[in-house]
Design a protein around this ligand. Structure first.
Ligand SMILES: [Zn+2]
Length: 371
C-alpha cells in the first residue's frame, strides 16, 4: 500500500504516539562512567579539553562515584594517573597502584557499583606506549638517514629561497621521523606478562571487570590464563576488541597523561579503514575467552558496531571517546548546538547501532535526564 493509504506521519502526531512506537530506548543501566584517578587528597582538577571531567584523588573519586550510583548508573571504569612512570609500568600492577587504591576505597564506600578496570600500560610507561618498547638496532644514524635522503643541492643550506628551504627542512624532518620509526618496536609477547600481572592485581583489589585496551595480540588469552591461575575464575573480561588508532583520543591523552613520547600507536591499534579486520579482531578475542567485546571510538565507527552486533552474540560495548565529548561540549559552549539534545541523540545513535553498553562521559548527565 502506498500513499495516500499509507501515511507514516499518522504515528508521529503526538508525543504519546511517538513514545509508543519508539524502536530504541536509552536507559541508565546501559551506561558506564569513566573516571581518572590521581594521587593526593582533595584533588579535583578539571581536564582542560573536557569540561566537567576531572582528575580525582581517591577521596574525591569516592564522592563522584556516589553521585554516579545515585543517578542510576551501574558502573564506572577506572583509569589511573600514577605518581611515577617507568619502563616496566610498575604503577599498573603494584599492589598500592593508584587504581588498586581507588578500587579498594570504592568497594568499601560505594558498594554495589560495578567497577571496571582499564588494563593498559601507556599511562604507567615513561614513553607512553601501550607495551614494552624494544629498540630495533638503528641501521644508521639519524644524520646519515637525512644525508641519504637529500642530495647536497637539496639541503636547506643550499636553498636559495624560503620556499626551497621550507621544503628541504620538511623533507629532512620526515627522514628523521622515518628513521626513528624503524628504530623501535612495541614488543607484543613480552608485554602480555605485564598485562596479565596488572589484571590479577586489579581483580584482587576489587575490580569486577577487567577491560584490556592495549591491542596486543593474544592478550585476552594471557589475561584469562593469569586470572584463572590466580583463582579469579569469576572475573569477566571486557575486551577493547576493535580499537582504532584515532584522532578522537586527543583530549583523553591530556586527561590520562598518556601521549606517546615518540612515534604513534598505528602499529598496534587498528587502521580506521578496516571493518573486516575489525571482525577478525573480535572473533579472535572471543576465541581467547572474552566475555564482552567493545568497539572504540563510537560515533565515527557506528557501522563497525552494527556489523559486530549482527555477527556476534556477546554483550557489545561502545566507547564514546573524549574527542566525541569535547566536540559536542565545544559547539554547545559556542551556542551552535543544543547540548542536551545532541548529547542524547549521540547516545541514541550508538544504542541504535547495536551497543548494549555505552562507556560515556555523559553517563551522569544523561541518566539524570532520563530519570
Ligand atoms: Zn594504552
Amino acid at each position: 500500500m502506498a500513499f495516500p493509504v499509507t501515511r507514516l506521519r499518522r504515528l508521529r502526531r503526538t508525543e504519546r504516539l511517538r513514545n509508543m512506537v519508539r524502536e530504541t530506548r536509552l536507559t541508565p543501566d546501559a551506561f558506564v562512567y569513566p573516571m581518572f584517578v590521581c594521587p593526593g587528597e582533595g584533588v579535583r582538577k578539571e581536564v582542560r579539553s573536557m569540561p566537567g571531567v576531572f582528575n580525582l584523588s581517591v577521596d574525591e573519586a569516592v564522592k563522584e562515584a556516589e553521585e554516579v550510583r545515585s543517578a542510576g548508573v551501574p558502573a564506572v571504569i577506572l583509569f589511573g594517573i600514577p605518581e611515577k612512570k617507568d619502563e616496566v609500568a610498575t604503577g599498573a600492577w603494584a599492589d598500592d597502584g593508584i587504581v588498586q587504591q581507588a578500587a579498594r576505597a570504592l568497594k568499601r564506600e560505594v558498594p554495589g557499583l560495578v567497577l571496571m578496570g582499564d588494563v593498559c600500560l601507556c599511562e604507567y610507561m615513561s614513553h607512553g606506549h601501550c607495551g614494552i618498547v624494544k629498540s630495533a638496532s638503528l641501521a644508521k644514524s639519524l644524520g646519515a638517514a637525512v644525508r641519504d635522503t637529500l642530495t647536497p643541492s637539496q639541503s636547506a643550506l643550499a636553498a636559495s629561497n624560503t620556499k626551497e628551504k621550507t621544503k628541504a627542512i620538511e623533507k629532512a624532518a620526515s627522514a628523521v621521523e622515518q628513521a626513528v620509526q624503524s628504530g623501535f618496536e612495541i614488543d607484543n609477547d613480552s608485554s602480555l606478562e605485564l598485562l596479565a600481572r596488572t589484571s590479577i592485581s586489579l581483580a584482587k583489589a576489587g575490580i569486577d571487570v577487567i577491560a584490556p585496551s592495549d591491542m596486543m595480540d593474544g592478550r585476552v588469552a594471557a589475561i584469562r590464563r593469569g586470572l584463572d591461575e590466580a583463582g579469579l575464575i569469576n572475573t569477566p573480561i571486557l575486551s577493547y576488541a576493535a580499537k582504532f588508532a584515532s584522532g578522537f583520543y586527543g583530549p583523553f591523552r591530556e586527561a590520562a597523561d598518556s601521549a606517546p613520547q615518540f612515534g604513534d600507536r598505528r602499529s598496534y591499534q587498528m587502521d580506521g579503514a578496516n571493518i573486516r579486520e575489525a571482525m577478525r579482531e573480535i572473533e579472535l578475542d572471543i576465541e581467547e575467552g572474552a566475555d564482552m567485546i567493545m568497539v572504540k571510538p563510537a560515533m565515527p565507527y557506528l557501522d563497525v558496531i552494527a556489523a559486530a552486533r549482527d555477527r556476534f552474540d556477546l554483550p557489545l560495548a561502545a566507547y564514546q571517546v573524549s574527542g566525541e565529548y569535547a566536540m559536542i561540549e565545544a559547539a554547545a559552549k559556542n551556542g551552535w548546538i543544543e547540548r542536551d539534545r545532541v548529547m542524547m541523540e549521540s547516545l541514541l545513535s550508538i544504542r541504535r547501532a547495536g551497543a548494549s553498553m555505552i562507556l560515556t562521559y555523559y553517563a551522569k548527565d544523561a541518566a539524570k535526564l532520563l530519570a
